[in-house]
Design a protein around this ligand. Structure first.
Ligand code: SF4
Ligand code: SF4
Length: 353
C-alpha cells in the first residue's frame, strides 16, 4: 500500500479544546502529567461542564483591558474530553450529548480503557467521533510496567468492546526509554482491533516523571528518528492514520509557536485555561474561567513568553528541557526544537481516517 507523509501546519480556522473534566484516575502511570496541586482535585459537575462548553462555543471572552469578544463557534472546535480518567466522571454522557447538540466539530474521549459507568451503553457512535485508548506496550509485560498491573487486559478488552459496538477507536502510545523497543509490534496488534488512528506521543518531563526525576526516560534524537517514522509507515501500510510529534527541526525548517498562531485550550477543573501544554505545571495560564467568561489574565502569563524569539525554537522547551538542544563548539544551536503541537502524519495515500 502506498503511503504519504506530511507535516500538519497550524492554522487559525479551527481550534482544539482539551477539556479535563476531573483529575482523578484509577491508575498511576509513571509518565502521568496530571498535577492536582496545579489543576485542582475536583470533579466537575454536569452543570459546570455544560456552562463551560457554552463558554467556548460562542460564549464571552474578556481581554486584559476588559474588552469583551465572542469566542469562535462550536462548529470550528475539535473537543477532547480527558482527565484523569474522564469515564470516572458520571457527567460524561450528558457532556457528550451537550457537546454534540452545540455542534462541536468533533468529540473524542481519551480513556485508559476501564470505561467506568458503562459509558459505551450511554452514548452512541453518532455522538462520539472517537474513543481514544491509551496503551503503552504490545504485551501486558511492557504496558503494565508503565501503566499498572492489569491495565493491558482492561484496555484491550475495552478497545474490543468499543469496536464491536460500532465506535471508531484510536490508540495513543507514549514512547519513552521503557517501551520504545516495543513500538514496532504495535501496528500488528492494533490492526487486529480495527484501530483507525494511531497517535505516538513522546514522553514529556512533567507531572510524575518530573517529580521522580525520571528525565532518563526521555528519548534521544537518534532513538526517536530511527524508530518512530518507520513504525508510523508500517501502521499506515496497514491502513491506519498515524500521527507523531515532529520534535526536532533543522535550522532551515520554519519554526512556529502554536501559542501565537493557533487556538488550543487546555481546560482544568479549577478553571485554569492554558494555551501550551508545557506550561501546565506553573501558574502562568493565559486564561481562567470566571463566572462563565473566559478571562485573559494580567502579566505575566505563558502568552507573554511565546513572543520571545530564540534560536533554539520553542521557548518553554529551552526553559524546561535545555539538555535536548544540540550546540556547536561556539555555543550556537545546530538544530531547533519544534512546538510540541507540531505533528507529522503518515497515512495511506489518498486516505482520510
Ligand atoms: S490513565 Fe492517564 S490520567 Fe490516569 S494515571 Fe495514566 S496517564 Fe494519568
Ligand atoms: S510548546 Fe513551545 S512553541 Fe509550542 S506553544 Fe508551547 S511555548 Fe509555544
Amino acid at each position: 500500500m502506498k503511503i504519504e507523509r506530511r507535516t500538519v501546519q497550524f492554522h487559525r480556522d479551527t481550534a482544539n479544546l482539551f477539556f479535563h473534566i476531573l483529575t482523578r484516575c484509577n491508575l498511576k502511570c509513571r509518565h502521568c502529567y496530571i498535577n492536582p496541586a496545579q489543576h485542582g482535585a475536583g470533579i466537575l459537575d454536569q452543570e459546570t461542564i455544560q456552562a463551560w462548553l457554552h463558554v467556548f462555543a460562542g460564549g464571552k471572552r474578556m481581554d486584559r483591558h476588559g474588552k469583551i469578544q465572542s469566542n469562535r463557534q462550536a462548529r470550528d472546535i475539535n473537543l477532547v474530553f480527558l482527565g484523569g480518567e474522564p469515564t470516572m466522571n458520571p457527567a460524561l454522557p450528558e457532556a457528550i450529548k451537550t457537546a454534540r447538540g452545540l455542534g462541536y466539530a468533533s468529540v473524542t474521549v481519551d480513556t485508559n480503557g476501564y470505561l467506568f459507568h458503562d459509558i459505551l451503553d450511554k452514548v452512541t457512535p453518532e455522538e462520539v467521533d472517537y474513543f481514544s485508548f491509551s496503551l503503552d506496550g504490545s504485551t501486558p509485560k511492557v504496558n503494565d510496567a508503565i501503566r499498572g498491573k492489569g491495565s493491558f487486559d482492561a484496555c484491550t478488552r475495552g478497545l474490543a468492546r468499543a469496536g464491536e459496538l460500532g465506535f471508531s477507536v484510536s490508540v495513543i502510545f507514549t514512547a519513552s526509554r521503557m517501551n520504545i523497543e516495543d513500538l514496532e509490534y504495535m501496528p500488528a496488534l492494533l490492526e487486529g482491533f480495527g484501530v483507525k488512528r494511531f497517535f505516538i506521543q513522546v514522553i514529556g518531563i512533567r507531572g510524575n516523571p518530573a517529580k521522580q526525576g525520571e528525565d532518563r526516560l526521555q528519548l534521544k534524537r537518534d532513538e526517536w528518528e530511527s524508530i518512530v517514522p518507520d513504525v508510523a509507515a508500517r501502521a499506515a501500510r496497514k491502513g491506519m492514520h498515524c500521527t507523531y510529534p515532529k520534535v526536532f527541526l533543522s535550522l532551515e525548517e520554519e519554526f512556529a509557536c502554536a501559542g501565537l498562531v493557533a487556538d488550543n485550550f487546555f481546560v482544568f477543573p479549577n478553571g485554569r485555561v492554558y494555551t501550551c501544554p508545557l506550561c501546565e505545571d506553573y501558574p502562568i495560564h493565559a486564561y481562567e474561567i470566571r463566572k462563565d467568561v473566559l478571562k485573559e489574565r494580567q502579566l505575566i502569563t505563558e502568552r507573554d513568553l511565546y513572543a520571545l524569539r530564540i534560536p533554539e525554537g520553542c521557548v518553554m522547551n529551552r526553559v524546561l528541557h535545555p539538555g535536548n538542544i544540540p550546540y556547536d563548539e561556539l555555543g550556537n544551536p545546530i538544530g531547533r526544537i519544534a512546538c510540541c503541537m507540531l505533528k507529522e502524519e503518515v497515512l495511506p495515500a489518498g486516505g482520510r481516517a
